[in-house]
Design a protein around this ligand. Sequence first.
Ligand code: GLY
Length: 326
Amino acid sequence: MTERRPVLVVHGGAGTHAAIAGCPEARKAVEEGVVQAARRGYDELRKGGSSLDAVEAAVMSLEDNATFNAGHGSCLTLEGAVEMDASIMDGHSLDAGSVVCVSNVANPVHLARAVMEQTKHVSLISDRASAFAEHVGIGTVNPSTLITEKSLRRLHSQPQFQASRLDDFYKQNPGSTGTAKDDNHGTVGAVALDSHGNVAYATSTGGINAKMPGRMGDSPIIGSGGYADNRCGCVSTTGDGEALMKTCLARQITFLMEQGRSAQQAVEEGLSYLQDRVGGSGGAIVLTPQGDIGISFVSKGMSWAYVNSPQIHYGIYHGEDNTEAV
Ligand code: GLY
């Protein structure tokens, strides 16, 4: 097989990015976060790691960064709890793993990979996924360590919210001040191509703010939150989970690539379908086994970064105010 030049693309979620529009520091945090994640993932590829290693490392970096809605800093349920979803897929074998509504692991994407590699199943949920984490030596954490002041404030902005949770937080964290502007909800994800020509994707999320307890989004659903197949390419999606599930957006985009569309055409066409058919908003990143990249969104904003050479490219789309730095 011809050796491929490795490529890695990440996104930090589609959403309103109101914080970014009005706040240079928030914008900088998002940009730095996606760039750091892209570097982490690309380092794996540079060292000879697989596309799976790369997407896992990139997404773990975003999960560890409280700027993003995944892992630490996840959106909260109506009851103020963390319930995270994640998935990962290998485009060579079509093996896939996912976890649903997990609340006590720092890196749900790492657990999803363990489900893929260490069980016969694709998906584990909630407490049973946590029990599996302990069984395979993936440390669990106190769920409260994943909650941030920002996620509590975001929840507090919802009328249904039980305000006492925020009071509790301030009692435990007396120095906290916080900012009110931060509705960057979304999901994080990565797609990668390694030097052997294998593609992979990973997606992780805290879901949507003030969701019903037990709600599962698109991110752990293979074909909605992402898809990877060496025959056509890989996709990680973000946005309105219910709409993404109804349209199986990731599989739809890979189907369009199978039909001969370029990565960019496929992502744009898939997102138009999402918008026209169910009125959904969201975005996606796409990569083909030839290394062609597609990035698009039908929401007010989406942050992304990619590395396809020693150079890193990154930016945040925000309405008319699109930026791209090279
Ligand atoms: N796309 C993330 C979610 O709706 O859960």
